[in-house]
Design a protein around this ligand. Sequence first.
Ligand SMILES: Cc1cc2nc3c(=O)[nH]c(=O)nc-3n(C[C@H](O)[C@H](O)[C@H](O)COP(=O)(O)O)c2cc1C
Ligand SMILES: CC(C)CC(=O)C(=O)O
Length: 353
Amino acid sequence: MTGGPTAHDVLSLPELEELARRRLPATTYEYLASGAADEHTVRWNREAYDRLRLRPRVLRDVAAVDTRLTLLGTALPFPILLAPTAYHRAMHPEGELATAAGAGAAGAAWVVSGATTTPLEAIAAVARAPLWFQLYVQPTRDANRDIVATAEGAGCTALCVTVDTPVLGARDRQTRARFGLPEGVTAPYMAQRGGRPITDIHRAVSVTWDDVAWLRSVARVPLLLKGILTADDAALAVDAGADGVIVSNHGGRNLDTLPATIDALPEVVAAVGDRVPVLVDGGVRRGTDVLKALASGARAVLVGRPYCYALALFGADGVTRVVEILRAELEMAMQLTGRRTLDEVDRGALWDG
Ligand SMILES: Cc1cc2nc3c(=O)[nH]c(=O)nc-3n(C[C@H](O)[C@H](O)[C@H](O)COP(=O)(O)O)c2cc1C
Ligand SMILES: CC(C)CC(=O)C(=O)O
């Protein structure tokens, strides 16, 4: 990347995405950018945010905005987390260690993927901001118990169980690009599901509500389910003991033609929002998107692809830059809509709210 832009030259997440398309090795870019099948859901995740219009209030004192919150016991300086994404050593040689450094410098909580290519202890040793852990449920309870204990031992303060991936979707672009892990790189917490190549997850593991209740009984930290899209499943999640839900369609990477997450969010919030925190991911690229998600009832958002592009292009500095941009844009959006605290970001901030 000599002579090219640095992380600090990047002004926005859409600009970063374009830089990634032009500069990353094709295989890496295809793995990160692609979605399932015809990628309608990938597009809808974005278009649905663009359709929502904001309703500003003026002449309120917004000289100093406050974006702090506490989420399931984790104190966060702003309501933006890094979503769990697999295989960082396929994106950058320093892999998850660079992500941890970048997240730490930005003060951003990061949900480490169950398909991390770096052991949790090594990540924890360099982390300077909260870590959560995302579990891909493994076929045996012993394996799941061990992984949960490892995550807790490494200081992860919440567990996100991904429930939308019994199999992968039709990932045609990834398959065509022949995405795979570099020689010698493995995913230690995916060992029972094949460990190495992404295609091994095509063998479905049977995971049901009973497993959620069992995991709740095993884990000492708060447990969230990631990949909930309906009111019915959100209610079952809370019944099974979940402490939070993440409205997600896996960034449009599994089942194409699922609705945009910002469109699914209100029904989940209506069903369980008064009992547990609801988070959302998918298509968040601007501070105004974060504001719209919060106005629609989310307590926080997660962002996936942008920090992966940034990691692949710039390492730790890139991850930091993505968070800084999004955080600054959220503060601007709050000030320009006349909101000083997160509590003030209610449905009234949406034009058609
Ligand atoms: C490269 C990549 C890898 C991902 N790996 C995982 C994973 O290991 N576990 C998981 O629960 N979700 C995974 N996801 C989904 C993200 O957590 C998140 O739901 C999605 O990326 C959000 O959409 P966005 O990329 O539009 O921000 C992955 C997404 C991407 C782009
Ligand atoms: C299948 C996982 C290992 C990674 C993942 O969730 C993804 O690529 O979207």
